[in-house]
Ligand binder design. Sequence first.
Ligand code: AMP
Ligand code: MG
Length: 482
Amino acid sequence: MKLKELHLNSPYLSLPSLCYDRVKPTPLLGAYLIHANSDVAKMLQIDKEELDTEHFTAFVNGALAVEGSDPFAMCYAGHQFGYFVERLGDGRAINIGSVATPQGFLHLQLKGAGQTKYSRDGDGRAVLRSSIREYLMSEAMHGLGIATTRALALVGSEHSVYRGEWEKGAIVLRVSPSWVRFGTFEYFAHHKKYKELEALVEYAITESYPHLVGKSNAYLLFFAEVVSKTAMLMAQWQAVGFSHGVMNTDNMSIHGLTIDYGPYAFLDEYDFRYICNHTDTHGRYSFGSQPAIGEWNLRALMKALSPMASEASMQDALMAYGKLYTEHYLYLMGKKLGLDKLEPNDIELIRHLLGMMQGLRTDYTLFFRTLSRYDGDRKALLGVGLYHQPMHDWLDVYDERLKKNETTTEQRHAKMLKVNPKFVLKNYMLQEAIDAAKTKDFSLVNQLFKIAQNPYDEHFEYERWAGATPDAFKNKKLSCSS
Ligand code: AMP
Ligand code: MG
């Protein structure tokens, strides 16, 4: 359909008024379209031809309201680095409305569209570099089959935004089946607004877990499902080597999605202790800590839900987290290793592998992609780590283990190449795209978008992105300022 035929609803506005604040977007000066995602447009039933039009750019810039739009910012709280902040909220994200699709509502949000009641001291803006990062990375996670919010489009602008130096503002039009965060519940629990809390739980159940509607113990089941979704997500992050960087409870999705892309990173070299966020001095959100932090955050959610459901029962549900996480992680790692069936001892094989990778500082993605073509000839794999003996030791064990497989080597290769990506968007790649974009050259944004969408394909024309990260750019930290 044409943009002007689009009709937006706002189911969130049926919640009590404390849950949100109506606010109009403040468009950027001199906005221009950098990229639009035709797959997401299709989900929203927007014609592809519409994406090249001026009114589409105006729409993403918050300068064109479509029918039914009633924009608002959502109120939430959250634990930031373990400390409770009693009011956060959408400080620079403005919800412009929701599109009904056969799979349920998709909620549209403009990130960087100006101040809201929840902006605190912030300017409500997002800069070009962080917007490119969010835009590309959400598509990359989707391409990898990991639950995430997505984006319809990215606009740049001539609008100056100060972040220690003058930069340009940008807006990402983000799309998600849910924007509700753990911190949203914490807000109402902390302020003892139990009527609102209950309405929010009902809303989240209808939105994200509709099969629970009307069940007698729905609130407990709801919590148990969030536990399970979070465990699955953490297992996926760990298996693919994704570090979120800011796992505050306000950045945790009740729908089990990866949300709020900030100083995230894909591992370059495997390092369990890697900290991607420059402000995370003590490594609370280090790569290896993520599964445990997932559980910590669920406990904060459980406390917030305790006026609604028995804490003892929720505690039992939370107890399942470790097992759910471990089982799913091992399942994913088994697939990455091309094992037909997991066996109890495989946990040792995986531990041995990770220890070897940590010691050799092996490029995580390249190792698994190379392993996906392993046929007994070790040359290519040995080239991935500098020191050979630990790799030989592990491959000796792996060779033995592969003997228990029933699939042929060719079948194993074919399967492994579908689960071990050739490309992940490492920070040095994103930085190169950002540096070019600052000179208005968006060719690298376009390239990275293509490999993000299909990370398991060969894309021989983009071979240079498939190797190990150049030494100068390995395992760097990123600043949060965005
Ligand atoms: P984040 O770490 O990006 O998830 O942000 C944490 C909180 O700070 C959220 O409530 C954001 O909306 C808010 N925030 C971050 N940057 C800005 C900004 N430039 N202007 C207003 N609010 C912001
Ligand atoms: Mg956030």
